[in-house]
Design a protein around this ligand. Structure first.
Ligand code: C2E
Ligand code: CA
Ligand code: CA
Length: 771
């Protein structure tokens, strides 16, 4: 919350207002105090001038009075004749006229002759004072006489020679100071420091009173702390040596402090007001700014929930916000559109527009809730890979589209739905009306699908296999039904029947198979002895020596049970695991042959491989690598491949076999006789050995038919340049027949069952001893 945009806007605005206020307060304070300072100084200057003029006026008054007195003829005569009474009355009259408190007549030596007040006596040394006044350049001087301060002037009385001196003076009293204060609005204090005399306008004074201490030190407490009350200026007055007189002008600052404070508080008040207005205004602004933002945030949340309609926004927005809302609206529409596209794409196959597998599961799940029987038909196009390979993927895609079209036409009519569940696999689901209709219906569908297609001006025939599962009889859950219908269609492909109806138990078998594949994968990866090789000897009929052995794999599971190689090899082929398994077999067998070689046992080994192994691009390189690293000659290894496997991927496979043959590996055609290899084809195959299937050998001694077949096959093989092996020899009689028929090698229980390597070695030793 503290981090919200609104709060930030408010903080910034209020911060700005505060900053402005503080700055203006400070500048106000600075300029005001500066102004005050100037004003006080000015006031003091004015006061000083006023004061000086006052003194000058007084001085000239004194001068005039003294001149008048000293030029008064009667006075001069009275002085000359020392007529004391006359002098005294003249002095008195004159002093009255000009209001001079002091008017003395002194003789040339400075002795007092007469004064304006009768019987006046002074404690001061008048003679010394007169001498000093005479030598002093100033017109008037301030002197202290009998504890009173006077401004005095001394003038000679000439007749025409100087016969006496007159001293005229004004008394400086507290009243004079007060009068000056009234003129200047400033306290005035006359201070005669050495004479310890003070005359001041300050009427209520502390005692003892020293203006210097008082005016300089007096403070008053204000809001900014203790402040001096007075601003002072000290002026030196003309005075006698050792009797200095100063005047102290003291401006009272209280008033300006008060004014300053009043102004200060006004400004503070204004600032507070501004801040309040700032807060209100900025929160309004922030609201204005953030409201659309939070509305847009709501909108985004609404989008997240999948609701893309924008209508709840008010229209009182600024242009920018309106543009933003418009952009949001467009974005909502775009997202909506794209989401629909995506969700369609997520649920549908792009090529055919059918549901995909996962969507089909959902749809199936939803539909199954209804009280209705359904039939699921999985349809696999046989050999689509060949069409892709030979005619190109464009034609392949067209095939898929055309097939989809026919499936849709069929299931739409029945009110069903359909999906493409694999590269060449479709699934259609439709309500079942009656079982009689069902069989005919599916056959009809297959017939429709197998009718020739004309694509890109090509006439194409497609073959199909179909798996059928019914709901609810053969499963109630969508998952189970889907799995079972796929098992059924795989079954159809395996059994080479067109339509396979799912049979009870196939699912379990399938699950068991998956389990086995999983375990086998682990057994290969861990190589912990669950898998091992056995070797079955092949007897060379010409030399009566055992010079070959067929390697046969065995698997004993961790739980001790055996899995037949036919079963797990088949599963490994179906799951593609065979490639890994064969790599393991090759590594194990070649290593074994290498070890025998080192032990002086010359033994060729046959390894069974499947069509997938041969087709696997890394097969050749791997075999070569293993042979090299075990120092085993390629000629010691025979690859056994059944007729069916050899035909399965014709050209590529044959090329691979030829490459093997080229490095010296021997090729054997296993289980010969049960397949349909024509003689023409047989001639083309790069093989060294024909291996007669054991079905002709097992009962050879009892069946003339078998003998006939075996005889002609051996002859044929020899004529084509192949060596011939018979497997499944269980009796001495069969062996002898084969000997007579010039079979090159024989293999079978009569000699030995397949044995682990160590047992095989023991058996071989025994056999060689007996021979
Ligand atoms: P196959 O290649 O035709 O192997 C010959 C089968 O006949 C072996 O069965 C062998 O034990 C059996 N057999 C040999 N002599 C006689 C006999 O006198 N009488 C009878 N009744 N049977 C005899 P096995 O070992 O159960 O192998 C079955 C099939 O499993 C093999 O058929 C082969 O197709 C496959 N297989 C075995 N080992 C491997 C392997 O390492 N790799 C691959 N890809 N397939 C293997
Ligand atoms: Ca074999
Ligand atoms: Ca065989």
């Amino acid at each position: 919350m503290t981090n919200s945009l609104k709060n930030r806007v408010i903080i910034v605005c209020v911060g700005l207002v505060l900053l402005t206020t503080v700055v203006s307060l400070f500048s106000f304070w600075w300029s005001t105090s500066q102004f005050n300072e100037k004003k006080v100084t000015q006031d003091i200057n004015v006061a000083e001038n006023v004061y000086k003029q006052y003194l000058t006026a007084k001085e000239s008054l004194l001068l005039t009075a003294a001149k008048v007195l000293t030029s008064d003829f009667g006075f001069k005569q009275a002085v000359a004749t020392r007529d004391a009474d006359t002098i005294s009355s003249v002095l008195y009259n004159h002093s009255q006229r000009i209001n001079a408190e002091l008017m003395l007549l002194l003789d040339l030596s400075g002795k007092l002759i007469s004064s304006n007040k009768p019987n006046q006596e002074f404690s001061n040394d008048l003679e010394q004072m007169m001498n000093e006044l005479l030598t002093n350049a100033e017109q008037s001087n301030f002197v202290v006489l009998d504890n009173d301060l006077y401004q005095v002037i001394l003038l000679p009385v000439r007749a025409p020679r100087t016969i006496a001196y007159s001293l005229v003076g004004f008394k400086i009293t507290d009243e004079v100071a007060t009068e000056l204060k009234n003129l200047t609005n400033m306290d005035v204090s006359f201070i005669a420091e050495q004479d310890e005399l003070v005359r001041s306008s300050l009427l209520s004074r502390p005692s003892p009173f020293s203006p210097n201490d008082y005016f300089y030190q007096a403070t008053t407490s204000r809001i900014f702390g203790e402040q001096v009350i007075y601003r002072n200026r000290n002026l030196h007055l003309a005075s006698l040596e050792g009797h200095s007189v100063n005047v102290l002008l003291s401006a009272d600052l209280t008033q300006s402090y008060t004014e300053f404070e009043r102004l200060f508080f006004t400004i503070i008040l204004l600032a507070a007001l501004t801040i309040v207005i700032g807060v209100v205004a900025s929160s309004l602004l922030a609201n204005n700014l953030t409201m659309p933002l939070s509305q847009l945030a709501n909108l985004a949340r609404q989008f997240a929930r999948g609701n893309y309609s924008v209508d709840s926004m008010s229209n009182k927005q600024s242009n920018e916000i309106k543009t933003l809302i418009d952009a949001f609206r467009n974005m909502g529409n775009d997202i909506n559109e794209r989401e629909q596209q995506i969700s369609f794409a997520a649920k549908h196959d792009t090529l055919t527009g059918f549901y995909n597998r996962s969507a089909m599961l959902e749809v199936l799940n939803d539909s199954l809730a209804e009280n209705q029987e359904y039939t699921l038909v999985a349809i696999d196009i046989k050999g689509l890979r060949h069409i892709n390979d030979k005619l190109g993927p464009r034609v392949g895609d067209d095939c898929l589209k055309a097939v989809a079209c026919r499936i849709a036409a069929f299931s739409d009519e029945l009110g069903g739905f359909h999906a493409r569940i694999g590269g060449d696999e479709f699934l259609t689901v439709f309500p079942t009306s009656s079982s009689l209709n069902l069989k005919r219906g599916i056959s009809g569908l297959m017939a429709q699908l197998e009718a020739p297609y004309t694509l890109q001006k090509l006439k194409i025939n497609l073959r199909f296999s179909a798996g059928v599962v019914t709901y609810p009889a053969q499963g109630t859950l969508a998952d189970d039904l889907m799995r079972r219908v796929l098992i059924a269609v795989d079954g159809a492909a395996d059994e080479h029947e067109n339509i396979h109806h799912y049979q009870e138990g196939e699912d379990e078998e399938h699950l068991e198979s998956l389990l086995i594949i999983d375990e086998l994968k682990q057994a290969i990866a861990e190589d912990d002895g669950q898998l091992f090789m056995t070797y079955q000897p092949k007897l060379n009929m010409a030399t009566q020596k055992i010079d070959k052995a067929e390697s046969l794999i065995r698997w004993q599971r961790k739980n001790g049970s055996w899995v037949s190689p036919e079963l797990f090899i088949d599963l490994a082929e179906q799951s593609g695991l065979i490639v890994e398994l064969t790599e393991w077999v090759i590594a194990t067998v070649v290593k074994q042959v290498g070890q025998w070689q080192q032990a002086g046992i010359f033994m060729q080994a046959a390894i069974n491989v499947s069509a997938q192994d041969i087709a696997y691009p890394g097969f050749h390189a791997n075999l070569l690598h293993v042979l090299k690293s075990n120092s085993v000659a390629p000629a010691l290894i025979t690859i056994e491949l059944t007729e069916r496997d050899m035909i399965e991927n014709e050209e590529k496979g044959i090329q691979a076999l030829e490459n093997l043959k080229a490095i010296g590996v021997k090729i054997s055609l296993d289980d010969y006789g049960v397949g349909q290899t024509s003689l023409g084809r047989l001639k083309m195959l790069p093989i060294d050995e024909l291996k007669l299937d054991k079905c002709f050998i097992l009962k050879l001694d009892q069946s003339e038919k078998d003998q006939f077949i075996v005889r002609s096959t051996i002859t044929l093989g020899h004529q084509l340049g192949f060596s011939v092996v018979a497997e499944g020899v269980e009796t001495r009689e069969s062996l002898e027949i084969l000997h007579d028929l010039k079979c090159d090698h024989i293999q079978g229980y009569y000699l030995s069952r397949p044995l682990k390597a160590d047992l095989f070695e023991q058996w071989l030793e025994q056999y060689n001893e007996l021979a």
